[in-house]
Design a binder for this molecule. Structure first.
Ligand code: PLP
Length: 303
């Protein structure tokens, strides 16, 4: 079986000339509508491994709007694995049909098990896993968010030879698997900047576990209060970005990163003449679900 969905498109974003900065976006979001961006990269070698070991079922974990859940469900449908999603929140058991991400995953054939927040927190414990093995028999386990050694290996393929011309490589950070892969395949002279989408003191340490170089830094000023928290300035930035550059951004990750990059350019963080490459890690499937939440709160929606 071949899991390659190769894609390599870099798009320039024109900035005011006086800043002397060049910004390009690597469109990993275009790899596939659902197995998109870094989620494809993170799954690739895990799928190779699962197949090699003869597993027919993939089991993983996620929240109600998880890009990772959508990607695993779609992988199952496209590449012939049965998929099981352990979902945070028992209350979703009766309402998941109204949740666009879970509804999509269900239509791809994913089987759900809804668990309480406490159980979800303990999902990596031996007891919890052996209960799952009793309930579902044999499966290939992919951790929440998909980060493991094989995921980092896949993310090491995001950069190619042509990307060596860039001075700064920017990427959004959730669990840190993606940035680790980017660090590992960067040149020591390049600076890797990570934009965490959540408040997370643990990230520095988590990334250090996988990263083989020290040419990286986390920019922690653009998480907007936490994971999946957004506000009006961020929404209007995302909407304007799409109009100006014809590139859709997701509200949880890439929108925050690009908001940060634009703000840093404005504040002259980057030396004149810098060439920046920002990785579009995908996540566009999450827009629908976020818009439903925004509508309920009477906020503007993402166009
Ligand atoms: C999951 C995700 C990330 C975070 O990736 P990590 O490897 O967990 O740091 C970034 N961007 C998008 C769009 C994602 O879906």
């Amino acid at each position: 079986m071949i899991f390659e969905l190769e894609y390599n498109i870099i798009q320039p974003v024109s900035l005011p000339k006086k800043k002397g900065i060049e910004l390009y976006i690597k469109r990993e979001d275009l790899i596939h509508p659902f197995i998109s961006g870094n989620k494809y990269r993170k799954l690739k070698y895990n799928l190779v491994e699962a197949e090699k070991k003869g597993f027919k079922t993939l089991l993983t974990f996620g929240g109600a709007y998880s890009n990772h859940i959508a990607a695993v469900a779609s992988v199952g449908q496209n590449f012939g694995f049965k998929t099981i999603g352990i979902i945070r929140g028992e209350e979703l058991m009766n309402t998941y049909g109204k949740n666009p991400t879970l509804n999509f995953a269900k239509n791809c054939g994913m089987q759900f098990k809804f668990v309480s927040r406490t159980d979800f927190r303990n999902k990596n414990s031996e007891d919890f896993i052996s209960d799952l093995k009793r309930e579902f028999d044999s499966f290939y386990l992919i951790p929440e968010g998909g980060t493991n050694t094989l995921a980092v290996k896949g993310c090491e393929e995001i950069l190619t030879k042509q990307d060596e011309i860039f001075d700064f490589l920017c990427c959004s950070v959730g669990t840190g698997g993606t940035i680790s892969g980017i660090i590992n395949c960067s040149k020591p002279s390049q600076q890797v900047l990570g934009f965490p989408a959540l408040k997370g003191e643990f990230l520095q340490e988590d990334i250090s576990k996988f990263a083989t170089k020290t040419n990286w830094k986390l920019i922690t000023d653009y998480h907007f209060g936490g994971y999946a928290k957004i506000n009006e300035p961020l929404i209007s930035f995302i909407n304007k970005f799409k109009i100006d550059y014809k590139i859709p951004l997701d509200p949880v990750y890439t929108g925050k990163m690009l908001f940060g990059i634009f703000d840093l350019i404005e504040k002259n963080y980057f030396p004149k003449g810098s060439k920046i490459l920002a990785i579009h890690t995908g996540g566009l499937q999450g827009i629908k679900g976020m818009n439903a939440v925004l509508k309920k709160k009477n906020l503007s929606i993402i166009e």
